[in-house]
Design a protein around this ligand. Structure first.
Ligand SMILES: [Zn+2]
Length: 393
């Protein structure tokens, strides 16, 4: 006769090492990986500080993210100690973890003892509904959504790249979106700058973008800068933002932005487009190369988009802008591997993506030095641009 469920559980529990909450508390942070195997709603209602969340249903596929080494000391807990014992058994017997235990009594006993519990910021009923598809993704969840709501992202330009990026970051619930743009909506923009509309031709792009963002998500605060980013205002505008999204179309501003963000140690998600080609990278100061490591001198003038009106496939800035938005969300939530030290090239006609490794230049004029050594006078030093464009003919 087959054993009953209760008998199986009893047998498994007798084979698993169980530890008391007091022991777990005493060893927290001492190389012990504490894993909460409960469901997302239970985790959101309160969990042990420092614990990692791997719901039991995702145990096999996600445990290595929390505890990469088979020899790591891993302690699992749930609500009462039953699910964690079963999960500990799986880790030991099927995945080869050598030093795994289950906490007796679960978080219920932990709380009864008066030990500390961490409760993430709660969302309103409307926010839980609005972001429900994010909350279901373990890499984002309530913690990631909370980070998004608290994040401040600055978009340079509400044009081809900035339009899709702003729309999707607003939809994702990025709490503050700063937008720098001194331009007005023009009929020729509408082929690709999807945040603007025909009836807003002639209105400032920052106002048009604000209207679109507010219509999508009232959680987002829009901060408008109706100006061009230059050496006189950059240090007033960019400090305080968590991530900068670079969609500017000219090299002098790119160099200026690079130097200022290296000095302030702010990550920049940078994209550019021309014709049917797009490029994308994340410049995280001192973690990977900066823009000057990649382009110590400007590319040939004929490749400089700002040297006059250039054609571009209307959907291309959409593709590149959404890749930028994806990198922004990864940087904010800590999910995945950001595109640091890598340059992604997209060629739309051939439908190919190519990735190039890019390294920090130990001789780089800017990022080879400590941030406090970079002076105001050095920000954005660049050859005379008009002469540079004229040379292109
Ligand atoms: Zn550099």
């Amino acid at each position: 006769m087959s054993p009953t469920g209760a008998e199986v559980i009893r047998k498994i529990r007798s084979e698993v090492e169980e530890v008391d909450p007091s022991e777990v508390r005493d060893h927290l942070g001492n190389g012990v990986v504490l894993v909460d195997v409960r469901e997302s709603e239970e985790w959101d209602a309160g969990h042990i500080p420092g614990a990692k969340h791997v719901p039991r249903g995702y145990l096999e596929s996600r445990i290595e993210g929390a505890a990469p080494g088979r020899g790591d000391r891993v302690v699992l807990y749930c609500a009462s100690g039953q699910r964690s014992a079963l999960a500990a058994h799986t880790l030991a017997e099927q995945l080869g973890y050598e030093n795994v235990a289950s906490m007796t009594g679960g978080i219920t006993l932990w709380k009864d003892r008066g030990y500390q519990v961490e409760t993430p910021r709660s969302l309103t009923k409307e926010q839980r509904e609005r972001y429900s598809r994010h909350l279901l993704v373990p890499e984002i969840g309530l913690e990631g959504q909370t980070k998004l709501l608290e994040a401040k992202v600055l978009l340079l330009g509400a044009g081809g790249l900035g339009s899709p990026t702003a729309l999707y970051l607003a939809a994702a619930g990025v709490g503050t979106l700063g937008i720098v743009d001194d331009d007005e909506v023009d009929l020729s923009n509408l082929q690709r700058q999807v945040i603007h509309t025909t009836d807003r031709i002639g209105t400032p792009k920052v106002d048009s973008a604000e209207e679109a963002i507010e219509a999508i998500n009232p959680d987002v605060e829009v901060v408008k800068y109706r100006t061009r980013l230059d050496a006189s205002n950059i240090m007033d505008i960019i400090p305080g933002y968590d991530v900068i999204v670079d969609g500017v179309d000219n090299f002098p501003t790119r160099y200026l932005l690079n130097d200022a963000t290296v000095r302030l140690q702010l990550p920049v998600v940078s994209a550019s487009i021309l014709g049917f080609d797009g490029q994308l990278s994340v410049f995280k100061p001192y973690d990977g190369p900066c823009y000057r490591c990649l382009y110590p001198v400007p590319p040939p003038a004929e490749l400089a988009p700002s040297c006059g009106a250039n054609g571009v496939l209307g959907v291309l800035p959409g593709t590149m802008g959404l890749l930028q938005a994806t990198e922004v969300i990864k940087l904010i939530t800590g999910a995945g591997e950001p595109l640091i030290g890598r340059l992604l090239l997209y060629e739309a006609l051939g439908a190919t993506f190519t990735e190039l490794k890019v390294r920090r230049d130990p001789e780089c004029e800017i990022c080879s030095r400590p941030p406090e050594d970079i002076s105001d006078e050095e920000l954005g030093v660049f050859p005379d641009y008009e002469a540079f464009c004229a040379a292109a003919g």
